[in-house]
Design a protein. Structure first.
Length: 135
């Protein structure tokens, strides 16, 4: 019951530039468990939305795996799919890649590098390249 009102709060906070609320919601989504997976996937996959709420949904999904590691494969595969999808907008792809990087998902290194190269966000790309070279 809590997921949909929280998604509404996220969309409202993004629309009104309330970063304080929007920045906290992914960690709250992470506490909700399995019931949050499908709604967050729908939000993250909605290409009609700007990248901000989609990014929050991706982070919420990733946060969910901290308490529910049994969903790691499903969730990170979904996030990697968004990062790898050339039809997605570049900011959303970059956000998905950074989420994979934040959660140290080395199995998606190729997707992360290609996405960040495509976005030409050189500061992020340089940091990521240095991290990957050290591993």
């Amino acid at each position: 019951k809590a997921v949909e009102p929280l998604i509404a709060a996220l969309l409202f906070s993004v629309r009104h530039d309330n970063d304080w609320v929007a920045d906290e919601l992914p960690s709250i989504f992470g506490q909700l468990g399995k019931c949050a997976i499908a709604p967050l996937k729908r939000l993250a996959a909605n290409q009609y939305l700007d990248w901000d709420p989609r990014s929050a949904a991706l982070c919420g999904l990733a946060a969910l795996t901290l308490r529910n590691p049994e969903y790691d494969g499903e969730i990170f595969s979904f996030i990697a799919g968004i990062a790898a999808d050339a039809e997605e907008d570049l900011d959303t792809r970059a956000s998905a890649s950074l989420t994979l990087m934040d959660f140290q998902r080395a199995e998606y290194k190729g997707i992360i590098l290609s996405t960040l190269t495509a976005t030409k966000k050189l500061g992020v790309y340089d940091i990521l390249s240095n991290i990957i070279k050290k591993k």
